[in-house]
Design a protein around this ligand. Structure first.
Ligand SMILES: [Zn+2]
Length: 116
């Protein structure tokens, strides 16, 4: 119970941190199966993670940000967009299995916050 409160608190108060964590986990799933990298992330994925973290830190909505997928400001363009989209498409459904609480938080977020 205490842990649940902590998670809900993180959702409300520390959105950016939560999204960073989610991205790290999605990249780890993607890297492991697509790049056959066993421990941690390959060089390319580390680079992409840093880029994503930089974007999140500079997100104009801060901790009020909507989920990236329902935001109409396109942080990523061209090849970066394709890469990030591919990772989310691949790892998104798998996140429910590996990290259910994080996924549920994300779904709540998409459902309630994208009507702005
Ligand atoms: Zn990789």
């Amino acid at each position: 119970m205490k842990q649940e409160i902590c998670f809900i608190g993180a959702l409300v108060l520390n959105k950016i941190k939560l999204e960073k964590e989610a991205m790290l986990k999605m990249l780890a799933i993607y890297c492991k199966s697509k790049h056959k990298h066993q421990a941690g992330l390959c060089e390319k994925c580390v680079e992409l993670l840093e880029e994503v973290h930089r974007r999140l830190e500079h997100c104009r909505f801060g901790d009020n940000k909507p989920a990236c997928g329902s935001c109409n400001i396109n942080c990523y363009r061209g090849d970066k967009f394709k890469e990030v989209a591919a990772i989310m498409r691949y790892s998104g459904p798998r996140m429910l299995f590996y990290h259910p609480i994080l996924t549920i938080q994300h779904l709540i977020d998409v459902k309630f916050k994208n009507k702005r």
